[in-house]
Write a protein that binds this ligand. Structure first.
Ligand code: PLP
Length: 397
């Protein structure tokens, strides 16, 4: 086993500028939510083209607030793709509602609108498309279904900054969109998230609920313009962002386009290197969409290889290349199987694709030689593990 990864799965693109901005925030004497957070909200809203932005402690918190703001109640159903991180579905259960898992489109690995439509019942209140790896879902189709069945659309855009669908940036498409600033994401504040919406009532509700349900501008109560008096209007949550995080976020936002271009360049190099290798399948990006390339999900064609996806991951690790798998479909996890009765065959496309994909390193600071190293290792392992045609035909007889 290689004792150290030559190329880790992810390296943060956070440097001196962020360190100075964070130090300034610390020296300002105001650590928690304050003027930096408000500035970050405004600049972020402008960047994605939304009217309101509400900064929160994580994307998970933002998804929870978004569902609460649209009025999800116990017993309601919310449609979620099974190929996602558990956060997308777990927040539905926070409100006593039921996450209904839907299958994916095998080409894009995004929610299949047709499968989602089939799962709608009289209790369905919302649908949560997840832009897998940064490629936007088929939003026109999802909006058409949502309109027909009076569903709220809450986009889980944890991976999708910046990304666009038919020329419109993710964040300006649906009623509510939620981004993640977790350490591995395309813009990071360490931990953090942002909810954007054009609906003022929902924005106000989320602002209220992110800070204990305390009336307007609760964060100002310790400032010169604030007052000791406050009223608790609801049983809210502690989901606010801090100014230390926002200071980092403001620097990262300035760098967002450059970091995105770097990711796109890496994806292009991987595409060029792997497109002609018959044992591999490169990601399919529809021509009306632009991906943020948060992930580069490479798929194997198991019928052409003598090794499994898991064995490829081990071989890459031994060669010093870190990878990951996004995602183990939710319906295969004990919690969702036990509580909602899912069996592996219930969402067959997701279960099948799960065995074929792995995520390669893709981060803005990756050098050309690092990209080349990953390409060579993948090529070497794949070519030495190729199932010969004769063998493949003999075993399929
Ligand atoms: C698709 C998706 N949704 C939501 C989340 C949760 O984000 P956060 O860690 O900011 O709560 C993640 C995190 O990895 C994710 O991948």
């Amino acid at each position: 086993m290689n004792p150290r990864l030559v190329i880790p799965f992810h390296k943060i693109d956070v440097g001196e500028e962020e360190a100075l901005a964070v130090a300034d925030a610390v020296r300002s004497g105001w650590l928690t939510m304050g003027p930096k957070t408000i500035e970050f909200e405004q600049k972020f809203a402008n960047y994605v083209g939304a009217r309101h932005a509400v900064a929160v402690s994580s994307c998970t918190a933002g998804l929870h607030l978004a569902l609460e703001a649209v009025g999800i109640q116990p017993g309601d159903e919310v449609i979620v793709p099974t190929t996602t991180f558990t956060a997308t579905a777990e927040v539905v259960t926070y409100l006593g509602a039921v996450p209904v898992l839907a299958d994916i489109n095998a080409a894009t690995l995004n929610l299949d609108p047709e499968d989602a439509r089939r799962r709608i019942t009289t209790r369905t209140k919302a649908i949560m498309p997840v832009h897998y790896g940064g490629q936007p879902c088929d939003m026109e189709e999802i909006h058409a279904i949502a309109q027909r069945h009076h569903l709220h659309v809450i986009e889980d855009a944890a991976h999708a900054l910046p990304a666009s669908y038919r020329g419109t940036r993710v964040g300006a498409i649906s009623e509510t969109t939620v981004f993640s600033f977790y350490a591995t994401k395309t813009l990071t504040t360490g931990e953090g998230g942002m909810v954007v919406t054009n609906n003022e009532a929902h924005a106000n509700r989320m602002r209220l609920m992110r800070l204990h349900g305390i009336g307007r501008d609760a964060w100002k109560r310790y400032t010169a313009e604030g007052s000791w008096y406050y009223e608790v209007l609801e049983a809210g949550y502690k989901y606010n962002m801090t100014d230390v995080q926002a200071a980092m976020g403001l620097v990262q936002l300035e760098k967002a386009d450059r970091m995105s271009a770097a990711r796109r360049g890496i994806a292009l190099k991987y595409d060029q290197a792997f497109a002609q290798i018959e044992q591999l399948e490169i990601p399919t990006v529809m021509n009306d969409r632009e991906s943020s390339w948060h992930l580069y999900p490479l798929r194997i064609r198991p019928e052409c290889l003598r090794i499994t996806r898991d064995e490829l991951i081990v071989a890459l690790k031994e060669a010093g290349v870190g990878t990951s798998v996004h995602f183990i479909p939710l319906h295969l996890h004990p919690y969702y199987a036990r509580n909602f009765g899912y069996r592996p065959g219930d969402l067959p496309r997701a279960a099948m694709e799960y065995n074929r994909y792995l995520s390669l390193p893709i981060f803005p600071t990756m050098s050309d030689s690092e990209i080349q190293y990953v390409i060579e290792k993948v090529q070497e392992i794949v070519s030495s593990s190729t199932r010969s045609r004769v063998l493949a035909e003999a075993t399929t007889d």
